[in-house]
Design a protein around this ligand. Sequence first.
Ligand SMILES: [Mn+2]
Length: 438
Amino acid sequence: MAKFLHIADIHLGIRRYRSEERTRDFYHAWQDVIDKHAIKERVDFVLIAGDFFDARRVEPQAMNHAIAGLKLLREAGIPVVAIEGNHDCHEADTRFSWLRSLSQWDFLHLLEPVYEDGQVKMHPWDEKKRKGSFIDIAGVRIFGSIWYGSTVSESLGRLIEAMREHRSESLYPVMMLHTDVEGQLNRPIPALSVGQLAELRSHIRYLALGHTHKNFEIDDWVYNPGSLEACNVDEYFNRRGAYLVEIRDGRHHVELRRDYRQRKIERYSFDVTGQPSPEVLFESLMQQMRRDTGIEHGKSGAAGETGEAAADRSLDSAPVIELTLRGQLEFRTASLELNRYREEIWREFEPLLAIVRNQTLPTEYAVALGLRDEVSRAERERRVIEDLLSREARYRDHAAALAAMILEVRHLALNDESPEQILETIARREKLIEQPAG
Ligand SMILES: [Mn+2]
């Protein structure tokens, strides 16, 4: 009987939204997962199926975060087995990488197939050299691989050949692979085909995947835990976790563990259509935010709590707030006060981060697209101008008259009419149009 933890895509050192705290969140997730689900569970080993680091050029802080967790596991006598991912793989022109160094220093076992003279070889783990392509722990034979990208389907055939040489009836065959699988993502990129998966199946009992940042399983033998934390707001709404796996009675039993420290992300959306001015928009936006967040007034620490302790506590539990503005803007985009919304959200709701995204349709564009080809240029111009005018509330009622005036003024200007004459025309037309409000 063996017990292990399978995680992937820890992305230590990730930098997002210029937030130091978000970088630390990934460390807290990693730390909490190994404490709760590896050390307390007394697992026999931990698998990291790629992207332990967010970048191959590891920042000092990220290395601290990595070592802090790896040390705990080493002290608990729990070996860590890892493969490279697309984010932390070695560069083609050097034999050095931080993962290889960590392997040399006895913090983890980095498994890599060996490529020599166009041949793929799987070498057993060599404890002296601290290198190998597969390793046996607690009755499990774990095969490694590297990042193949779009060539994964071609590469896998030769890898399977190499693994076949090292079959063992008495050991439970597990393979680690960092790849997308066909059908699991909406992205039109080459992924591991379902046909190739079928071929692997006769050699491997448990395929420990990484790469796709959402949890999925295929037919009780392919497992992708998803990233430990959410690398962006969209990902937050995917399921993710860590697999606690037990092998007993000749088969594996898995459980996706999701209770560990993760930052909360709240997503809001506001439709700007029909909001006539920046001021009105701001007021209705904040009103809706107060309703949606369920916060009436600025929240502050509990009574009696002051100083750093209270601040720390609120920082730990403060969510990331993302607000997306949608719909048709009724005034110029330049008047959209994104910074003001960000600051007000910050002040009232005290999130860790306030992200405001503008997906509104600007007044400046639009129209003309729907017009038929035979519509004359003059008519097309008139329609575009009228349409732009009618999008601003204060011009809406007089859009047609104003459009006619603008075209007339242009005509006069193109005919070298005197400025006085042009001004007089505007003044004459203006009488037909009410004074714009505010
Ligand atoms: Mn990843």
